[in-house]
Ligand binder design. Sequence first.
Ligand SMILES: [Zn+2]
Length: 327
Amino acid sequence: MTRILWISILLFVIIFMVASCKTQKGLKQDIGEADLKNSKDSVQENHFDLSDSLLEGEQGDASQKQTPGKGDAKSRTSAVADSSLKNYKYSWTDSENIPPVIIIVDDFGYATGSLLQSFANLPKEVAFAILPDLAHTQAAAQAAQNSGRDVLIHCPMEATISKTSPGKRYLKPGQDGETVRDMLDSFYAQMPMAIGLNNHMGSTATQNKDLMQTVLEHLRTKGLLFVDSVTIGNTAGYRLAQSVGMRPIKRDLFLDVPDNSDATIAARISDLGRFRGRVEPVIIITHCHNNAKLVALQKFLTQIQDMGVRLTSLSGWYGSGGVALGN
Ligand SMILES: [Zn+2]
């Protein structure tokens, strides 16, 4: 009887152990799947967060001031995504002042006659970004120099989705270093008064680290600034600048997106409030395509002047970089 009892207890223990083992294994599998699921989710989230944060960064790095934790998390995400891309940080103070504003007008090279002259009559702090290889490239460079303003080489670069080509010649991933440097030199030769370069289009090109590294290193040797137009959130341009020993400079706002209406101007004026306390200027890009854009820019300039916001120039803030104007 005692023997039967012992066998029963032994069997019970064995059954219990097997059952327990199975449960643990099942639990582990569940945890494993959950981990996998979580990691998949987090990868997706990170992807989303990365592109989202970078796109947000286009318009609103000012959000980092209000929510530093959020900003830190985003910086970490960027770092995880690619540790070679140095984080980009602005300096903030407790001031309620809106920082100075820098205006860059893109796409000169097409404009001529009275339209070009009207843009040349804008305050001299407003920079002209001039496309190379166009009929009125020289006229725009001359008009800019005559009016004592900064010139940027508006460098055509390959875009992801665009029906129009960036230009007759443009930078794109896969080009060897010599091709890239020769093209940059050729563009620079067309406007030797340029103090730097910003990208025209370039949603594909600026994402390519190898290409941007070559571009930035060459600009550095020439003493030229690089201003990232940020035509895509995932641009490597301004993030790589620091790692090659250059100042990272990037566009904060587009003035003429989505249109040239008073509502859009009012929205951009309102956007300026998000930069209160930032030390670095707010960099705003618009275009010289037509008179409506000129009028919108004039209205914007009048409004910021009324607000007491200072207009400054790229060379005034970041140094001339290249050949000094007027020399
Ligand atoms: Zn452009």
